[in-house]
Design a protein. Structure first.
Length: 121
């Protein structure tokens, strides 16, 4: 079993330095990794995953998630699925907690993340 928890950066600007993002691994296998992500108001820049599908559920917080040309309001209970190769970005406007799945397993030390340009909004 790998390290159960480690620092996690959203890959963008954290607006509240006192609320640095964190990642706690809840479960992992060769097939998937399930994490609890938490942090403050921040932005995830446009990116895609070449080898992984991503699924999520917003537990607490608010914001917006752009998946290709669609916009999802992030409120508690919101869920999403992002197939590999799909551009996406997010903005958290308040402190948040998210459960996120990546399949297959994604190395948190070297995540499958390529910055990209989003389609026109």
């Amino acid at each position: 079993m790998r390290q159960p928890a480690f620092g996690w950066q959203l890959g963008g600007a954290t607006l509240d330095p006192a609320a640095a993002p964190s990642r706690t691994i809840l479960f992992e296998s060769e097939l998937m990794i399930l994490s609890l992500l938490a942090g403050g108001a921040s932005e995830v820049p446009p990116h895609l995953h070449t080898r992984h599908d991503e699924f999520g559920c917003m537990l607490e917080g608010a914001g917006q998630l752009w998946i290709a040309e669609e916009v999802l309001e992030l409120v508690p209970g919101a869920t999403w699925a992002i197939p590999q190769g799909t551009p996406h970005r997010g903005v958290f406007t308040a402190a948040f907690r998210v459960v996120a799945w990546f399949t297959p397993w994604d190395d948190p030390a070297q995540p499958d993340r390529i910055e990209c340009v989003m389609p026109s909004q």
